[in-house]
Design a protein around this ligand. Sequence first.
Ligand code: GLN
Length: 317
Amino acid sequence: MNTLKTEQHDGIKSIEQVLRDAYDAGLRAIPYGRVADYIPELAKADPNAFGICMIDGDGRTCSIGDAGTRFSVQSVSKVIILAAALKFRGFDGTFSHVMMEPSGDSFNSILKLDTRSNLPFNPMINAGAIQTVSLLVDHISFEELLDYARLLCRDGGITLDEKVYRSEAETGDRNRAIVYLLKSKGVLQGDPERTLELYFKMCSLAVNAKSLAALGLIISNGGVDPIEGARLIGADNVRTIKSLMFTCGMYDYSGEFGVRVGVPSKSGVGGGLVCSAHGPLGFGFYGPALDPYGNSIAAVKAMEHISKELGLHVFNY
Ligand code: GLN
């Protein structure tokens, strides 16, 4: 558990120590967090699990702890959903249906959607991601989105976790309320039940910290997989995705995370966190004990440490 594994050593020795210290800082935070239980299947996660993976532009990989453990991607899939929407529907075709503003509310809030706006605030919260999925549901199948997720995460082993999917589909009443509120306002772009099914399936993909590190790496490399050389996201779309990760990716903690860490990131209630730093450098985390906002408490602590030590804040000078 506590052993550092490096697949290659050249030039990243000092980073290993930074990751080890970050891992220890994360472990110390775990007792203050709680595993999500509103999706019953998620409550089965080991609260003490914690893993970090970092991949650089040459594919050098450094991992510590439970970096190979599979868990459900949950809201980190909102990044993949947005990338797909921008690819298949274009910038205007996406943002004529969802806004680009931080909501300041919790990830599953319905409040401002009903009282302040007809369109969801941004694609990084549930209402915005559900709306974004409604743009895709008649144009791309789940299998095609799964293939895209496998490419973006450099992980052919990603599959649908059927148990998580069924658990969420059975208990996702709040998301059901969101999709029907969007329909009642006349803004939803697809069938509500098919939209929800695709949204729940995308939340239930089984990834690990290494998959998320690869996702972070490809985004930080401008949308090109630096190891395979393939362009997976258009450069303009990457700028949009990173902007929204920075401003909205950590829910109603996004502002403070931006100040303290300053790296475009996206979390999920399964305990995942992806961070896309300059370098190119990608980080993936797994730590299912969550803070009150729904972010992995250990991953947030660890990334704050890493960002400070490696000088990764985007506004450093
Ligand atoms: N599937 C979860 C939900 O819709 C995703 C939320 C999250 O990860 N914050 O509630």
